[in-house]
Write a new protein. Structure first.
Length: 188
Protein backbone atom coordinates (compact mmCIF):
# COMPACT_ATOMS: atom_id res chain seq x y z
CA UNK A 1 0.00 0.00 0.00
CA UNK A 2 1.39 3.37 -1.04
CA UNK A 3 1.97 6.08 1.57
CA UNK A 4 1.22 9.68 0.60
CA UNK A 5 2.88 12.31 2.81
CA UNK A 6 0.95 15.58 3.03
CA UNK A 7 2.10 18.73 4.77
CA UNK A 8 -0.99 20.63 6.03
CA UNK A 9 0.08 24.28 5.82
CA UNK A 10 -1.84 27.13 7.39
CA UNK A 11 -4.42 27.26 10.09
CA UNK A 12 -2.62 25.52 12.92
CA UNK A 13 -3.94 26.19 16.43
CA UNK A 14 -0.90 27.36 18.36
CA UNK A 15 -2.60 28.35 21.60
CA UNK A 16 -5.37 30.29 23.29
CA UNK A 17 -4.98 33.29 20.97
CA UNK A 18 -6.04 31.11 18.03
CA UNK A 19 -9.45 30.18 19.47
CA UNK A 20 -12.11 30.81 16.83
CA UNK A 21 -9.60 30.67 13.98
CA UNK A 22 -10.53 28.32 11.13
CA UNK A 23 -7.91 25.58 11.27
CA UNK A 24 -7.10 22.14 9.99
CA UNK A 25 -9.25 19.62 11.85
CA UNK A 26 -9.25 15.83 12.00
CA UNK A 27 -12.36 15.75 9.78
CA UNK A 28 -10.46 17.74 7.11
CA UNK A 29 -7.62 15.23 7.19
CA UNK A 30 -10.10 12.35 7.08
CA UNK A 31 -11.42 13.68 3.74
CA UNK A 32 -8.01 12.88 2.23
CA UNK A 33 -7.80 9.49 3.93
CA UNK A 34 -11.26 8.56 2.60
CA UNK A 35 -10.84 9.87 -0.95
CA UNK A 36 -7.29 8.61 -1.42
CA UNK A 37 -7.94 5.09 -0.05
CA UNK A 38 -6.52 2.52 -0.24
CA UNK A 39 -3.34 4.59 0.00
CA UNK A 40 -2.07 5.36 3.48
CA UNK A 41 -2.25 9.15 3.97
CA UNK A 42 0.28 10.49 6.45
CA UNK A 43 -0.04 14.09 7.57
CA UNK A 44 3.23 15.66 8.69
CA UNK A 45 1.28 17.80 11.11
CA UNK A 46 3.22 20.82 12.43
CA UNK A 47 1.27 20.68 15.71
CA UNK A 48 3.00 17.46 16.75
CA UNK A 49 6.69 17.95 17.33
CA UNK A 50 9.45 17.33 19.82
CA UNK A 51 11.81 20.19 18.95
CA UNK A 52 12.47 23.04 21.35
CA UNK A 53 10.29 25.99 20.32
CA UNK A 54 12.84 28.33 21.92
CA UNK A 55 15.34 27.31 19.21
CA UNK A 56 13.82 29.50 16.47
CA UNK A 57 16.25 28.60 13.70
CA UNK A 58 15.86 24.85 14.26
CA UNK A 59 12.05 25.27 14.39
CA UNK A 60 12.26 26.95 10.97
CA UNK A 61 14.44 24.06 9.80
CA UNK A 62 12.03 21.45 11.16
CA UNK A 63 9.12 22.96 9.25
CA UNK A 64 11.17 23.17 6.04
CA UNK A 65 12.23 19.53 6.49
CA UNK A 66 8.56 18.56 6.93
CA UNK A 67 7.78 20.27 3.62
CA UNK A 68 10.79 18.64 1.93
CA UNK A 69 9.72 15.09 2.84
CA UNK A 70 6.11 15.68 1.73
CA UNK A 71 4.64 14.49 -1.52
CA UNK A 72 2.12 17.36 -1.47
CA UNK A 73 1.60 20.60 0.43
CA UNK A 74 -2.05 21.43 1.02
CA UNK A 75 -2.63 25.01 2.14
CA UNK A 76 -5.65 25.98 4.20
CA UNK A 77 -6.31 29.41 2.75
CA UNK A 78 -9.87 29.75 4.03
CA UNK A 79 -8.73 32.70 6.17
CA UNK A 80 -5.77 35.07 6.22
CA UNK A 81 -2.58 33.26 7.22
CA UNK A 82 0.82 34.22 8.54
CA UNK A 83 4.18 34.72 6.89
CA UNK A 84 5.29 31.12 7.45
CA UNK A 85 2.68 29.68 5.11
CA UNK A 86 3.94 31.74 2.18
CA UNK A 87 7.49 30.68 2.85
CA UNK A 88 6.45 27.02 3.06
CA UNK A 89 4.67 27.37 -0.28
CA UNK A 90 7.66 28.95 -1.98
CA UNK A 91 10.02 26.37 -0.48
CA UNK A 92 7.77 23.59 -1.81
CA UNK A 93 8.03 25.09 -5.30
CA UNK A 94 11.82 25.29 -5.00
CA UNK A 95 11.78 21.60 -4.02
CA UNK A 96 9.44 20.62 -6.89
CA UNK A 97 6.54 19.64 -4.59
CA UNK A 98 2.94 20.22 -5.74
CA UNK A 99 1.04 22.89 -3.79
CA UNK A 100 -2.74 22.73 -3.57
CA UNK A 101 -4.44 25.73 -1.96
CA UNK A 102 -7.94 25.64 -0.53
CA UNK A 103 -9.13 29.24 -0.95
CA UNK A 104 -12.88 29.54 -1.54
CA UNK A 105 -14.24 32.33 -3.72
CA UNK A 106 -14.92 35.52 -1.76
CA UNK A 107 -12.44 34.52 0.95
CA UNK A 108 -9.44 36.63 1.97
CA UNK A 109 -7.27 35.46 -0.94
CA UNK A 110 -9.93 35.41 -3.69
CA UNK A 111 -12.42 38.09 -4.62
CA UNK A 112 -14.76 38.42 -7.60
CA UNK A 113 -14.01 42.14 -7.70
CA UNK A 114 -11.44 44.16 -5.83
CA UNK A 115 -10.35 47.80 -5.88
CA UNK A 116 -6.68 47.80 -5.00
CA UNK A 117 -4.06 50.55 -5.29
CA UNK A 118 -6.37 52.56 -7.52
CA UNK A 119 -7.14 49.70 -9.91
CA UNK A 120 -10.20 47.52 -10.40
CA UNK A 121 -9.30 43.84 -10.45
CA UNK A 122 -11.77 41.18 -11.63
CA UNK A 123 -11.38 37.61 -10.41
CA UNK A 124 -8.66 38.64 -7.96
CA UNK A 125 -6.39 35.97 -6.53
CA UNK A 126 -3.61 37.09 -4.21
CA UNK A 127 -0.51 37.15 -6.47
CA UNK A 128 1.61 35.04 -4.11
CA UNK A 129 -1.15 32.45 -3.68
CA UNK A 130 -1.74 32.38 -7.45
CA UNK A 131 1.93 32.10 -8.30
CA UNK A 132 3.01 29.46 -5.78
CA UNK A 133 -0.07 27.22 -6.05
CA UNK A 134 -0.31 24.53 -8.69
CA UNK A 135 -4.07 24.62 -8.24
CA UNK A 136 -6.52 26.63 -6.14
CA UNK A 137 -9.68 24.82 -5.10
CA UNK A 138 -12.84 25.55 -3.12
CA UNK A 139 -12.59 22.81 -0.49
CA UNK A 140 -10.66 19.82 0.82
CA UNK A 141 -12.69 17.36 -1.28
CA UNK A 142 -11.50 19.11 -4.46
CA UNK A 143 -7.93 19.14 -3.11
CA UNK A 144 -8.02 15.39 -2.46
CA UNK A 145 -9.56 14.83 -5.91
CA UNK A 146 -6.73 16.79 -7.54
CA UNK A 147 -4.15 14.68 -5.69
CA UNK A 148 -5.90 11.48 -6.78
CA UNK A 149 -5.95 12.63 -10.42
CA UNK A 150 -2.29 13.75 -10.19
CA UNK A 151 -1.22 10.35 -8.86
CA UNK A 152 -3.01 8.63 -11.73
CA UNK A 153 -1.79 11.03 -14.41
CA UNK A 154 0.83 13.59 -13.30
CA UNK A 155 0.66 17.04 -14.86
CA UNK A 156 3.48 19.60 -14.98
CA UNK A 157 3.78 21.67 -11.82
CA UNK A 158 5.53 24.92 -11.06
CA UNK A 159 9.10 24.38 -9.98
CA UNK A 160 12.33 26.07 -9.02
CA UNK A 161 12.26 28.44 -12.02
CA UNK A 162 9.08 30.06 -10.69
CA UNK A 163 10.74 33.12 -9.19
CA UNK A 164 12.97 33.85 -12.18
CA UNK A 165 10.11 33.29 -14.61
CA UNK A 166 7.95 35.76 -12.64
CA UNK A 167 10.71 38.38 -12.63
CA UNK A 168 11.22 37.94 -16.38
CA UNK A 169 7.48 38.34 -17.00
CA UNK A 170 7.49 41.60 -15.03
CA UNK A 171 10.59 42.86 -16.86
CA UNK A 172 9.09 42.16 -20.31
CA UNK A 173 5.68 43.67 -19.57
CA UNK A 174 6.09 46.47 -17.03
CA UNK A 175 9.64 47.32 -16.01
CA UNK A 176 10.22 49.93 -18.72
CA UNK A 177 7.53 52.12 -17.13
CA UNK A 178 8.42 51.40 -13.48
CA UNK A 179 10.29 54.50 -12.33
CA UNK A 180 10.64 53.25 -8.74
CA UNK A 181 12.47 50.07 -9.70
CA UNK A 182 14.48 51.70 -12.48
CA UNK A 183 15.60 54.53 -10.16
CA UNK A 184 16.63 52.00 -7.53
CA UNK A 185 18.74 50.16 -10.12
CA UNK A 186 20.23 53.37 -11.49
CA UNK A 187 21.01 54.80 -8.04
CA UNK A 188 21.97 51.52 -6.40
Amino acid sequence: MKTINIYPAGGVQKGEHDKGKVSWADEDMNVFRRLLAPANVNFIDPRYRNDNLNDHFAVFGRDLMAVRVSDFVVVDGRQKRGVGVGQEMLFAKLEGIPVITVAPKESHYRKGKLHYLGQKVDDYVHPFIFSTSDIIVENFEEAAGWIKDYLEKPVPIKGSRLTEDAIQAYMKKYMADDDHVNNAIKNG
